[in-house]
Design a binder for this molecule. Sequence first.
Ligand code: CP
Ligand code: NVA
Length: 312
Amino acid sequence: MKHFLDIVDFTSEEIQGLLTLASNLKAEQKKGESRPLLKGKVLAMVFQKPSLRTRVSFDMAMRDLSGDALYLSPNEIDLGKRESIADVSRVLSGYVQIVMARVFSHQHILELAKWSSVPVINGLSDYNHPCQAMADALTIYEEFGSLKGLNVSYIGDGNNVAVSLMKVVTKLGANFRIANPEGYDMPEGDIELGKEIARENGGSVTLLHEPQAAADGADVIYTDTWTSMGQEEEARKREQVFPPYQVNQALLGLAKPKAIVMHCLPAHRGQEITDNVADGPQSRLFPQAENRMHAQKAVLVDLLLGGDPDAK
Ligand code: CP
Ligand code: NVA
């Protein structure tokens, strides 16, 4: 059973293929010519945490391809508490054709996938966010035509979004730089993996603590919240540590003149990003959010139809 759990489970060619499919499906939708590729297919969307983009973009992706989606709120399933994950997974497998889940512990998504007889998509865990990474890659690709040799600089917490971004951009040949406060690094194993992927694809991974050093000469400046969902009790401490990592006009001024600014959202304006940058001419925050839907369409079609329906 093929799932979508982690960027590293896909080759560079497969990721490139998904991006091409996403671009084609996006163009069809923009022309009002979406095909009923997922007619008769239903996606169950299991959430342990809140969401705007993931929930709505998956729902609209299914609708636009003539499929359907079911939203299951945190209270409804209470994954692993009301019922074991193994049981939830086997029950859902009997009703729907595909499952997307947003969980606290990454182990929970692995457990869901282990017991599922339908494809499972990771809609964010404490460890990674591969759907976001696909939308991010699509957005960068649309802007620059290729990721090869670009400097993609992430400023902030070495969190789930950073880990998936590093993997996708290095798979596509970019140089990934991260500037994070000491003690807020990406997991050691992922850093090694990122460096290995970069070596194989002609890019690099650079670990920094100085945001200015990461921003210098960047093509893409990316940031995310200082406090991720599930870390709320650390919020006050993080608010003291992270202010030097704010993406503001001064930091953006160090990047290339044509650099773009990205953020997975939700944004905490005045914290990790200022209003003038989030709403400025270099911001791609809202096209990036829209691209969640287009990128996920490609993932859904790939998993449900066994590949690109137009590929020879
Ligand atoms: N970027 C993202 O995953 O947003 P939501 O938490 O609103 O789904
Ligand atoms: N790092 C954030 C991303 C939200 C989409 C979190 O996990 O809360």
